[in-house]
Structures are given as C-alpha cells and as structure tokens.
Ligand binder design. Structure first.
Ligand code: IPE
Ligand code: IPE
Ligand code: MG
Length: 262
C-alpha cells in the first residue's frame, strides 16, 4: 500500500487549521505594475523579488510550514524572447543573492518543474541550493519554475508506470499522487492569485482540489505583509466542508466550524 506523507482531501477529511499549513501563490501582475509607471515590463519582475522576500518573512513569522510560489509556467515560454531571458537572469541573480538569507533562516528550498529546458549553470545552482538547505526545518519554500499542473500529472503517470508496470491494469489515487513533483507537502489550504485575474493558469491542478481560493486586484509588486495577512484573515473566515454539510462540520467539532474558531 502506498502511504502518502499527508492526507489527501478526497480520500479523508483533513484537519482544519487556523494558520494555513500550505500557502500557494500565483504571483501575477508584474508587467502591468511596470507599464502603469511607464517602465518596461521586466522592471516589474525585478520589483516583484521584494514582494517574495516580504511574503517569505511573513510566512516564517506566522509559522506557515509550506509556501509555494509560481515563478514561471510551462506556457510562459510563449513570451517574447527578451522577457524570457530576463526572467532567467533574474532567477539566477535572485537565487545567488537570497540563498544565504534563506539558509540562515533555516528554510528548505526546492525548485519544482521541468528543469531540463534550463541552462546548466542555473540547474547546477538549483541543485546546490537544494542540497545546502536540505536539512532545514523552519519552513519549506518551493519555487515552481517551468511548472505546469498538467506536466506534473503527466510525469507522475510516467514515473508510476516505470515503477509499477502492472499499473496498466489499475491503480489507486494514492499510487499516482505519490509520484507528483509536489508530493512532499500537504495540499494548499490557501491559494492566492494577485493581479486581478480569476483563473488557475495550469498551477497545481491536482492539489487545489479543496484549497480555499483568494483573488486580489493588488499587483504582485504591491503585495506584502499587510496584503498577506488580509488573505489569511479571509481564509480564517471560511467554513471548510470538504463535501459535508455545515451541520456535520459543526457536529464533528463544535469549536472548529471555521479555521478562525480552531
Ligand atoms: C507574473 O507577472 C510574472 C510571470 C508570469 C513570470 P506578469 O508578467 O504575468 O504580469 P502581467 O500579468 O503581464 O501584468
Ligand atoms: C501565471 O501567470 C504564471 C505565473 C505567475 C508564473 P500568467 O500571467 O502567465 O497567466 P495568464 O497568461 O494570465 O493566464
Ligand atoms: Mg500575467
């Protein structure tokens, strides 16, 4: 039997917690932030790094266990060549500039996505950073780069078939989930998208099954501690039913109808 490190929301009802164990964010709106200031789009990406720093620090303060950030999607290769190459350079520069601080704060860094399309120096730096922080325990920070929810499900199917050829005859949800690239953490309790769009854009398709969704018009470079606290407050006012009725939720645990009452 496959034992997942965390409860699957469709296989059992996870415990409702006041502070999200896992926050996943689509950091959107960098280009518009820059254009509004008559700057080139890429200036917004550079400014967005400050928001990443703020959000990481706030999550650390709130003892959020997992923070997952969508930095580059498998569809973002469709952008102009110059913008893509600026983003790659910014990724390298930010990793170089931040890794010491990340390690000092006892944060474990992972980069998840199809790294095969990245240049070797970037891939090497990713592996070094992951190895350096592998034993850190304060928080799990995951950067999704050349990531797509469909890519993750497809690669999981391939890995599962390689590990268990008789899966062609049948397999369980847990057997597949064990091979997802994001299999090391719980499903996100809170999903945030900045920038005003109300879509998932191929992020964590499998894991968002029962996440609380929060959309804000704030552009990513404007998003920081105050905005994150606002999102957590909104999450704390939700009733997480996982398919059950409100009465059942209250009967199961009269004190925790909403995360805020936990
Ligand atoms: C998000 O900001 C960053 C990446 C996708 C890399 P955008 O670049 O998508 O900004 P907008 O949506 O065009 O404003
Ligand atoms: C999603 O933003 C991807 C990242 C933030 C990395 P996009 O700006 O690429 O999404 P769409 O194109 O508006 O759906
Ligand atoms: Mg965008």
């Amino acid at each position: 039997m496959v034992r997942l490190p965390f409860i699957s929301s469709t296989r059992a009802v996870p415990e409702t917690v006041q502070v999200p164990r896992h926050i996943a964010i689509i950091m959107d709106g960098n280009g518009r932030w820059a254009r509004k200031r008559l700057m080139p789009r890429v200036a917004g990406h550079a400014k967005g790094v400050d928001s990443v720093r703020d959000v990481v620090r706030t999550c650390l303060d709130h003892k959020v266990d997992y923070l997952t950030l969508f930095a580059f999607s498998s569809e973002n290769w469709r952008r102009p060549k110059d913008e893509v190459s600026f983003l790659m350079q910014l990724f390298i520069k930010s990793l170089k500039g931040e890794i010491e601080r990340i390690h000092r704060n006892n944060i474990r860094l992972r980069v998840v996505g199809d790294l095969s399309r990245f240049d070797k120096p970037l891939v090497d730096m990713v592996h070094e950073s992951e190895a350096l922080t592998a034993n850190n325990t304060a928080m799990n920070l995951t950067i999704c780069a050349n990531y797509g929810g469909r890519w993750d499900i497809m690669q999981a199917v391939e890995k599962m078939l390689a590990a268990k050829p008789d899966a062609r005859e049948g397999f369980s949800e847990d057997e597949l989930a064990a091979h997802l690239a994001l299999n090391f953490g719980p499903e996100p309790d809170l999903f945030i998208r900045t920038g005003g769009e109300k879509r998932i854009s191929n992020f964590m398709l499998w894991q968002l099954a029962y996440s609380e969704l929060y959309f804000t018009d704030k552009l990513w470079p404007e998003f920081g501690e105050a905005e994150l606290k606002e999102a957590i407050k909104s999450y704390q006012g939700r009733e997480r039913r996982y398919g059950r009725t409100s009465e059942q939720v209250l009967a199961a645990d009269p004190d925790s109808s909403a995360p805020g009452h936990a």
